[in-house]
Design a protein around this ligand. Structure first.
Ligand SMILES: *Cc1c(COP(=O)(O)O)cnc(C)c1O
Length: 458
């Protein structure tokens, strides 16, 4: 018989997790004001809140940590990281930062000014936060297919070139410091961007005279989809594909907590020496000296090794097939989801799951909390709560899709855990008609409210 697919690693160290009762979870959720970010992690059985910084490092990463060079300046750990960034992305210069949003803070301090316009494909929340914090505007140019939950398109993260060109025509180009391309497109469901689209976006940006920056957290997963879905890339290695992808970028911000499989870390990659030099000033102010930028030597070593492992096909295949394994099971239960499945997560379509809840009552937030109550599984809302208020009118922004994201940490859970998650959600789906009301907001901060918002039941 044909041998089945199996994971490309085995387990050397384990961490116990504890199940809880429904009564306990009801109490804990109430104490957390119905915000899953406020829960203690020990109150969660399977934690799919995020795949950010939650991955399991390999034996090679742990051993690389022991070789960390903690010199303040010019450490070998920094030089190794520089060499691997050059090898993978083709950028000569880089700045280490403590995580992805710190990379955005440093780079945007240099490039984004009051009143600027930053087009992109469904900007990530911290990216949008850093744009709006500077009184600039993010303009979404994602293709319309991305907003049709089940329409098949192999690259739903693509930018619509007409929408992008309209932005270029509508505003003076000096007001558009760069286009940000998010790989994969997290906000629209972990959906990839095709090589063809990257190439065309870059050509259009150059025609009008602006830059392209890749928001790169899941660049390797994006490359996996190019290899498995796009004509002409089947025989190329992931590393070759990554190299070509970045030939269509002027720079990158990276949250290494995703595809570099470390618990903390980030960096900025630069094509232009001058931009690197100017950004260095902000890096020194906000992060640390240019050769460590908020990271210790051992952490840079683990990150460098993680970049190499994260761009291996076998690892990516194991990861992305596990996500699809969960998605396929939910599909047999009839649960409404976004398709095709994303690279790092399954996205539940909350509006279809709970059509009886009005949008003013935070549909996806309600669904996420019901999943927690059912089985101790923690997911995250990607809906009105995350979309936040319009900075000018302060009205809620209601996104086209209300989603609950089940993000799968890298190399952490087994497929039995996925079976458990699928059964938990199937149970909620079975009793969905008994769920009548959502939430109202008790307290919220002025920006990025989803992290700390407090809610009450209706
Ligand atoms: C996680 C993420 C960021 C921010 O990175 P942090 O390391 O969490 O600060 C930015 N963009 C995308 C697409 C991300 O997924």
């Amino acid at each position: 018989m044909e041998l089945p697919f199996a994971e490309s690693y085995k387990i050397k160290m384990v961490e116990p997790i504890r199940r809880s009762t429904r009564e306990e979870r009801e109490e804990w959720l109430k104490e957390a004001y119905y915000n899953l970010f406020n829960l203690r992690a020990e109150y969660v059985y399977i934690d799919l809140l995020t795949d950010s910084g939650t991955g399991a490092m390999s034996d090679r990463q742990w051993s690389a940590m022991m070789l960390g060079d903690e010199s303040y300046a010019g450490a070998s750990s920094y030089l190794k990281m520089k060499a691997v960034i050059k090898e993978l992305f083709g950028f000569n210069d880089f700045l280490p930062t403590h995580q992805g949003r710190a990379a955005e803070n440093v780079l945007f301090s240099l490039l984004v000014k009051n009143g600027d316009i930053v087009p992109g494909n469904s900007h990530f929340d911290t990216t949008k936060g850093h744009i709006e914090f500077r009184h600039a505007h993010a303009v979404d140019c994602t293709i319309d297919e991305a907003f049709h939950p089940t329409e098949f398109h192999p690259f739903k993260g693509n930018l619509d070139l007409n929408k992008l060109e309209n932005v270029f025509k509508k505003y003076p180009i000096e007001k558009i410091p760069f286009v940000v391309v998010t790989l994969t497109c997290n906000t629209s469901g972990g959906q990839p961007v095709s090589m063809q689209n990257l190439k065309e976006v870059y050509a259009l940006a150059k025609k009008y005279g602006t830059r392209v920056i890749f928001d790169s957290a899941r660049f390797a997963e994006n490359a996996y989809f190019i290899k498995t879905r796009e004509e002409g890339y089947q025989d190329k290695t992931i590393k070759e594909i990554v190299k070509e992808m970045y030939s269509y970028a002027d720079g990158m911000t990276m949250s290494s907590k995703k595809d570099a499989i470390v618990n903390m870390g980030g960096f900025i990659g630069f094509r232009e020496r001058k931009m690197y030099e100017e950004a260095s000033v902000y890096n020194i102010m906000f992060e640390g000296f240019v050769t460590y930028g908020g990271m210790s030597g051992r952490d840079m070593n683990a990150l460098t090794q993680g970049l190499l492992e994260g761009t291996e096909f076998d690892y990516l295949e194991t990861r992305i097939k596990q996500v699809a394994y969960l998605g396929d099971q939910l599909k047999t239960y009839g649960v409404p989801m976004l398709e095709p499945f994303g690279g790092h997560a399954i996205f539940l379509n909350a509006k279809e799951f709970l059509p009886q809840i009005p949008k003013e009552e935070y549909i996806a937030q309600k669904l996420a909390t019901e999943i927690y109550l059912e089985g101790g599984v923690r997911a995250v809302e990607i809906g009105t709560m995350l979309a936040d208020r319009d900075p000018d009118t302060r009205e809620n922004r209601y996104p086209e899709l209300e989603m609950v994201r089940l993000a799968i940490p890298r190399r952490v859970y087994t497929n039995s855990h996925m079976d458990y998650v699928a059964a938990t959600i199937a149970n909620v789906f079975e009793r969905r008609n008994e769920i009548k009301r959502g939430y109202k907001i008790l307290r919220e901060p002025p920006i990025m409210r989803h992290f700390t918002v407090e809610l009450e039941t209706l």
